[in-house]
Design a protein around this ligand. Structure first.
Ligand code: NZQ
Ligand code: ZN
Length: 391
């Protein structure tokens, strides 16, 4: 195991009706004027926004609103939010929604206290300072409620890039599984896929002897395999929603990723798809992961055979571990299909003729040197082959 520091200061408030404590927690973390940031309207329709406003009113905390965050959040609204916060002297951003709303909130929080263009953070500059952010999560998926990351898409060129820094870790995150019961089945399934991707990205390591984190990841994957179909069958299953929600947070606070190298090539390859076609991130990952795994499998067959036997229940073939490894990837592919995820480019709305463009942005965009690195370093030829496997 490699040396590491684990820092995860977010206060997680979990359970039924916890959104009514939003005001209390904003106060506890020093907010005196709040921007409530939200998406395309699900929180208005469900009545959640009104409950959050009442909770702030109860604590006499003034608040303003900015809605309209799109999935794959855009830089345009971030600029708008930064101007609004400066004009209104906001000192706390409360994100009410999913990963897109949380990421947009984090970008605004960093941009308000920065003299230059906030996009600098999405071109490699680390975020050292930001306004405080709190979240009320409405979809178990991205894990942004406990992560130091934010992913934003720049409209010109549709560049989707990430920024990082402990300053944007949420001060608190309110997790009420019941709030996810209004999700359309497709979004629930896309969230499940993203959570599993965050686990696989950490499982695919080149570090030896990391049994504790291997076993934690396997436990969370097994939980998703058990609870995913239950929640797709019955969207009102609170207990299944609760297990998925907490698994989603644990999958991405990095407690399962410490002390080991990680992959993230599936995410990099997917980000170009959701940037270009504006598809759901989880749906893009459902198409990307089986192709990437098949392509890189020979780099460490035993890693794939291990997850196949421990998680997917495949019989270990010690003479031909590649058979077990492949069976595990196929079991994952079948699982994703069974919960309603797309399996190829056309089901995703992607086009084969765009592959050269995807590869160019992936491997050359933002100063990259023609390759992406992770479990295996992949050059332009590798990425072209991987995209072609998804067609
Ligand atoms: O906008 P509204 O109307 O709220 O509708 C949303 C949106 O259409 C809807 N939704 C959310 N909660 C709902 C609901 N509809 C009904 N009832 C509810 N309770 O779901 C749709 C998707 O929302 P979004 O926030 O986009 O989903 P998700 O949480 O999957 O976030 C995806 C974004 O997070 C990024 C992705 O790249 C993508 O841009 N990621 C962020 C990460 C991070 N910050 O650490 C890591 C991830 O790997 C990921 O890259
Ligand atoms: Zn993800």
């Amino acid at each position: 195991m490699e040396n590491f520091q684990f820092y995860s200061p977010t206060c997680f408030v979990f359970g039924k009706d916890t959104e009514n404590k939003a005001g209390e927690y904003v106060k506890k973390f020093g907010g005196t004027k709040v921007l409530i940031h939200y998406g395309g309207g699900s929180v208005v329709r469900s009545g959640l926004l009104d409950r959050v406003k009442s909770s702030l009113d109860k604590e006499c905390i003034p608040h303003i609103e900015l809605g309209g965050v799109q999935p794959n959040p855009r830089s345009g609204l971030v600029y708008e939010g930064i101007d609004l916060c400066k004009k209104e002297n906001v000192d706390f951003i409360l994100a009410v929604g999913g990963g897109s709303t949380i990421d947009s909130s984090k970008a605004i929080a960093a941009g308000v206290v920065y003299d230059g263009d906030f996009w600098d953070f999405y071109s490699g500059k680390r975020i050292e300072e930001a306004l405080s952010v709190g979240t009320i999560l409405t979809i178990a998926a991205a894990g942004s409620e406990g992560s130091p990351d934010s992913v934003i898409t720049k409209e010109e060129g549709m560049f989707k890039r990430g920024a990082s820094g402990d300053a944007i870790r949420p001060k608190f995150s309110i997790l009420n599984p019941a709030l996810t019961q209004t999700l359309p089945p497709f979004q629930t399934a896309a969230g499940i896929t993203d959570i599993m991707a965050h686990l696989y990205e950490r499982y695919l390591t080149n570090t030896k002897d990391v049994e504790v984190t291997d076993r934690m990841i396997e436990a969370l994957l097994l939980t998703m395999i058990h609870e995913g179909p239950r929640v797709i069958e019955n969207p009102n299953n609170y207990e299944a929603r609760a297990n998925i929600m907490w698994a989603g947070t644990m999958a991405h606070t990095n407690m399962c990723g410490v002390g080991r190298s990680q992959d993230w090539n599936s995410h990099n390859i997917e980000h170009e798809l959701s940037a270009l076609y504006d598809c759901a991130h989880g749906a893009g990952l459902a198409v990307t992961m089986p192709a990437v795994f098949t392509y890189v499998m020979s780099h460490n067959v035993m890693r794939f055979a291990q997850v196949a036997s421990r998680v997917w229940g495949c019989q270990m073939d010690f003479e031909h571990p590649e058979v077990t490894a492949k069976a595990g990837i196929e079991a994952f592919r079948r699982f994703l299909k069974s919960i309603g995820m797309p399996g190829n480019f056309s089901e995703l709305g992607a086009k084969e003729e765009d592959i050269p463009k995807l590869v160019e942005v992936l491997c050359r965009g933002d100063g990259r040197d023609g390759s992406i690195s992770g479990f295996v370093t992949l050059n332009e030829e590798d990425c072209t082959k991987i995209y072609k496997m998804m067609v």
